[in-house]
Design a protein around this ligand. Structure first.
Ligand code: ADP
Ligand code: MG
Length: 684
C-alpha cells in the first residue's frame, strides 16, 4: 500500500517552491493532493468547425498554422502581442497571446494544432484570446474532459493538473486501500476508491464523472454520520450521570399548571424523564416551533432536578428573555418552595455577590441568566440540570463551560429554529432529539398578507384601527441605519417616517442591537406595559419575547430575510387572545422571492417552512454565514446531495444500531476511520 502521508514536496515535479504554493491551498501530502477535487470540467473532446464558432463561446478548434504575425509592442501599456492565423476547411481564426514571447519559436507554418479558448467575433473577424493548445497527436490540454481546480493561488491550472496527474501515477494499479466496507459498496452500487479517485480528476465521459462523484460524496457523508453517531455512543458510555429520583414526580407540576399539556409536550417530557432517571448523562435537543411551550418543559424538568436534591440553571440569549423566564418559573414553582434567581450583566455588584453566595450554599435552586452565567465565579453547590434556550445563539463550547460547573449534569438544549431533520442529524448528531410538533389548541392562526407599495395606505389605516382597539404593533426593518449599498429600509429612517409623518399622534419607539442593554430593556419594558403603541426594530426582537397584547407584525423588505427568520418574527404575535396579523412588505419581483413569500402566506408550520427555505435557497443561505456550525465538505453539497444524505443517514443509523461500537468485522473500515478521527482529536 502506498504512503498517503508522504510530503507533497517529494512528489515528482513539485520541489520546495511549488510545495510552498501548494501548502497555501491546504495540500500538504499525497492524500491532500489526490483529494483536491475539480470544481468544474471543460469538454475539450471534439473540435468544431471555425465557421460554427459562436461569439463568447468556449470551443475547441483544429487547424493548420498559415501565418505568424510578428509580435507587436504596445507602447502605452508596455505589452507584447503575438498573433497566429489558423485555418480549417471552413474559415480562419486569429489566435492572440499577450506577453508570451516564447511562443514565437514554438509554432511552425503548416503545423496542425488544436486550440481551446473563448471566441470573440469583431467585424467579421474571428479571434481567440490566450487559447491553450496541443500539437497534433498530443492531448495534454485538449482532446478530453479537462478538470478545472477550484483555487490555484499562483499556480496555473496546467501546472496543478500536471502535479495531480503525477500524484495519480503514484497510486496506479489500485494502490489505494478501500475505505468503505465491501457490503456498503455492493448494497449502494458504488464504485471502488481507486476508480473513483482516478475518474473524478480525469473522467472519460459524464457517466464516469457522476459515478465517481456519487461514490465520493457517499463516503464523505457516511463517514461523518458514523463519526457523529459514534461520538454520541462514546459520550453516553463514558461517564456515570446523575440518577434523578423516581419519587420526584413531574406530574406534581403538570397537574398544577393552568393549562393542559399537549400530547407532544407530554411525549417529550416522558423522554426527558426517562433520561433523567437513567444513569446515563442526558444530552438532548428539544426542537419546538415558537409558542409550542418549551419553557413549560424546562420548568417541569427543573422541578424534578430540584426535588431530587440538585440545582438547575437555564441560560437565555438576552436579558429580556431571562427576566421573562424568571417570571414564569416563579409563578409555577414558588408554590412548591423552589427558590429562583436571575443573574444578568446589569444587576448591581451587591446583589450579584449575594446571589453567588447563596448559589454556593445551595439556597438558590434555580438560577436563570444570560452569558453572565458562564463567568468563573458562578459556582453551584450541586448543579444537576443545565438548560440552554435558543441554542443557535450559543456555541458548543459555551454549552461545555456551563456543564463543567456540575458533575456530569444532564443537558437540555432548546431551540425554536426548526431545522429539517436531515440537517439536525448533522448539526446535533451528538444529541438525542425531541420534537414538539404541535401547538397548544388555543392558538389562533396568524393571518399573513403580502403588501405591495400601492397598498401601504390601507395597511396604515388598519394599524391605526387596531391600536385604537388597544392593540400594539411591531415593525421590523432589515437595517439599523440607512446604507448606500443596500436599498432597504432602516430602523432609523422608518422611525423618523412613522413618528413624524404616518403616526404623529401615536407613541412610536425604536429598538436596535447597537443600543445599550439598559436602554433596550427599558424600551422593551415600556412596550410590554403598553406604554408604546408601535415598536420599530431590527431582528433583535426575534428571540422569544412575549407581549400577548401585540397583534400586528409588519416586516419591511421581507424579501431580505430568511424564511426561518420571518417565521420567528411572525411568532412574536398571536401570543394572546387577540386575532393577529403579519404583513410582509415586499417589492422583490423574482420568481423565488414570490414563491418564498407564498410559503409564508400558506403555512404557519415552522418545519414545513424550513424545508421549503432549504429547497429554495440552499444550505449556505439557510444558515447565513459560516457560523451555522455545519462541517465543511470536500465534495458533498448538503443541498444538492440531500437525497444521498437521507440514504446515508438511514444506513448509518442501521449500522450503529446493529453494531454500536463497530466491533463486527464487516464494519472494520468504519471503525478505522472513527478511531483515526478520535485520535487526531479533530473538532467536528
Ligand atoms: P416557546 O416554545 O416559544 O418557548 P413558551 O414556552 O414561551 O413557547 O409558551 C408560549 C405560551 O404558551 C406561554 O404563555 C405558555 O404559558 C403557554 N403554553 C405552553 N404550553 C401550553 C399548553 N399546553 N396549553 C396552553 N398554553 C400553553
Ligand atoms: Mg421560548
Amino acid at each position: 500500500m502506498i504512503d498517503l502521508t508522504q510530503d507533497i514536496q517529494y512528489v515528482k515535479g513539485v520541489g520546495p517552491n511549488r510545495a510552498i504554493l501548494l501548502r497555501k491551498l491546504g495540500i500538504n501530502n499525497l492524500e491532500d493532493l489526490i483529494t483536491y477535487y475539480p470544481r468544474n470540467y471543460e469538454d475539450r473532446g471534439k473540435p468544431i468547425s471555425i465557421i460554427d464558432a459562436q461569439d463568447e463561446e468556449e470551443v475547441l478548434i483544429e487547424g493548420v498554422v498559415v501565418s505568424k504575425i510578428n509580435e507587436i509592442r504596445t507602447r502605452r501599456r508596455n505589452m507584447t502581442i503575438y498573433k497566429l492565423i489558423v485555418r480549417d476547411e471552413t474559415e480562419s481564426c486569429v489566435m492572440i497571446w499577450y506577453n508570451q514571447a516564447y511562443l514565437k519559436s514554438l509554432f511552425k507554418i503548416g503545423q496542425k494544432c488544436r486550440f481551446f479558448g473563448k471566441i470573440s467575433k469583431k467585424a467579421g473577424k474571428i479571434e481567440m484570446n490566450s487559447p491553450v493548445y496541443d500539437f497534433e497527436g498530443k492531448d495534454r490540454n485538449t482532446g478530453k474532459i479537462i478538470p478545472i481546480y477550484p483555487l490555484t493561488y499562483k499556480l496555473k491550472q496546467n501546472t496543478i493538473r500536471k502535479i495531480i496527474e503525477t500524484g495519480l501515477k503514484l497510486i496506479e494499479n489500485d494502490k489505494l486501500e478501500e475505505t468503505l466496507p465491501d457490503y456498503i459498496l455492493k448494497e449502494n452500487n458504488l464504485i471502488d476508491i481507486n476508480s473513483a479517485i482516478k475518474k473524478i480528476h480525469f473522467p472519460e465521459n459524464f457517466e464516469d464523472f457522476s459515478k465517481a462523484r456519487k461514490r465520493l460524496v457517499y463516503e464523505e457523508l457516511m463517514n461523518m454520520q458514523i463519526l457523529l453517531l459514534s461520538l454520541k455512543n462514546k459520550y453516553s458510555k463514558k461517564e456515570e450521570g446523575i440518577r434523578f429520583s423516581k419519587s420526584a414526580k413531574m406530574s406534581d407540576v403538570i397537574n398544577a399548571l393552568p393549562f393542559k399539556l399537549t400530547k407532544a409536550q407530554l411525549r417529550v417530557l416522558e423522554e426527558i424523564d426517562r433520561d433523567m432517571e437513567s444513569g446515563k448523562v442526558m444530552n438532548r435537543l428539544l426542537q419546538g416551533d415558537v409558542g409550542s411551550g418549551k419553557t413549560a418543559i424546562s420548568m417541569i424538568a427543573g422541578y424534578k432536578a430540584v426535588k431530587s436534591g440538585y440545582q438547575m440553571t437555564i441560560m437565555a440569549p438576552t436579558a429580556i428573555l431571562a427576566a421573562q423566564h424568571l417570571e414564569s418559573f416563579e409563578k409555577t414553582l414558588a408554590p412548591f418552595g423552589i427558590k429562583c434567581e436571575l443573574l444578568v450583566g446589569s444587576i448591581t455588584k451587591k446583589k450579584k455577590e449575594d446571589i453567588l453566595e447563596r448559589l454556593k450554599n445551595g439556597e438558590i435552586d434555580i438560577l436563570i441568566g444570560t452569558h453572565a452565567l458562564l463567568e468563573e465565579n458562578v459556582v453551584f453547590k450541586n448543579l444537576g440540570l443545565v438548560v440552554t434556550d435558543e441554542q443557535h445563539r450559543f456555541g458548543v463550547r459555551q454549552r461545555g463551560i456551563i456543564s463543567s460547573k456540575g458533575n456530569n449534569p444532564d443537558v437540555l438544549v432548546m431551540t425554536a429554529t426548526p431545522i429539517p431533520r436531515t440537517l439536525a442529524l448533522i448539526l446535533y448528531g451528538d444529541l438525542d432529539i425531541s420534537i414538539i410538533d404541535e401547538l397548544p389548541p388555543n392558538r389562533k392562526e396568524i393571518k399573513t398578507h403580502i403588501v405591495r407599495k400601492a397598498k401601504e395606505q390601507g395597511l396604515n389605516s388598519f394599524v391605526r384601527e387596531q391600536i385604537k382597539q388597544g392593540r400594539q404593533a411591531y415593525i421590523v426593518c432589515p437595517l439599523v441605519e440607512d446604507s448606500e449599498e443596500i436599498e432597504a429600509n432602516s430602523v432609523m429612517k422608518m422611525a423618523e417616517i412613522y413618528q413624524n409623518q404616518v403616526f404623529p399622534d401615536l407613541k412610536v419607539e425604536y429598538l436596535h442591537g447597537k443600543m445599550k442593554a439598559k436602554e433596550k430593556d427599558a424600551i422593551m419594558e415600556d412596550f410590554k406595559n403598553g406604554k408604546i403603541d408601535i415598536l420599530i426594530s431590527t431582528t433583535v426582537i426575534e428571540v422569544g419575547v412575549n407581549v400577548p397584547n401585540a397583534s400586528i407584525m409588519i416586516i419591511e423588505n421581507a424579501e431580505r430575510f430568511g424564511l426561518a427568520q420571518l417565521h420567528q418574527l411572525r411568532g412574536r404575535v398571536g401570543r394572546g387572545e387577540y386575532e393577529s396579523f403579519c404583513f410582509l412588505k415586499c417589492e422583490g419581483k423574482s420568481e423565488i422571492a414570490r414563491q418564498r413569500m407564498n410559503v409564508m402566506k400558506e403555512t404557519n408550520n415552522g418545519f414545513i417552512i424550513s424545508e421549503k427555505d432549504l429547497e429554495l435557497r440552499g444550505t449556505g443561505e439557510f444558515f447565513g454565514t459560516k457560523q451555522h456550525g455545519l462541517p465543511e465538505f470536500k465534495i458533498a453539497n448538503l443541498f444538492e446531495d440531500i437525497k444521498i444524505l437521507k440514504a446515508v443517514q438511514e444506513t448509518a443509523l442501521k449500522v450503529i444500531n446493529e453494531d454500536p461500537y463497530l466491533e463486527q468485522e464487516k464494519n472494520e473500515k468504519f471503525k478505522k476511520f472513527v478511531e483515526k478521527r478520535f485520535n487526531e482529536r479533530l473538532e467536528i
